[in-house]
Design a protein. Structure first.
Length: 132
């Protein structure tokens, strides 16, 4: 009951609460101070998907990432600037919550649209990420 009350009383996120690199073994979310975003999903030990775009924090601790380019590549090429395809009608909306010390981010997908298609299978229902 106390946890539920704390969850309801948590303050809304500001963009500065999101800045930085957040990751676990599968997902890496990077939000920069100039509002660019990069999301990397490791699909197996060798390969990953990379999505780049811009983000904004919306009401109710929602973050929207408008995807402008994406690629599938070997994990060691994830940070390379080459190999991207332009994305159209693509965006991700996540709910975000900090856990305790603000070094842990709980991310829940709300809407995942890639090239105009619902693509909810790309993300787990809840991801716990640590600031890196």
């Amino acid at each position: 009951l106390l946890f539920f009350f704390f969850f309801l009383a948590s303050a809304p996120l500001s963009p500065s609460d999101c800045f930085g690199r957040w990751k676990n073994d599968i997902y890496t979310f990077t939000f920069t101070k100039n509002y660019t975003a990069s999301i990397i999903i490791a699909i197996n030990p060798q390969n990953c998907f990379v999505f780049n775009g811009v983000f904004n924090v919306e009401r109710d601790n929602l973050i929207r990432v408008n995807i402008s380019e994406m690629k599938s590549c070997p994990r060691d090429a994830a940070f390379s600037k080459s190999g991207f395809s332009k994305a159209s009608s693509s965006h991700f909306i996540f709910s975000l919550d900090h856990k305790g010390d603000k070094r842990t981010l709980i991310v829940r997908p709300k809407e995942i649209i890639i090239d105009g298609n619902n693509s909810e299978g790309y993300f787990d229902q809840e991801m716990t990420l640590r600031r890196n």
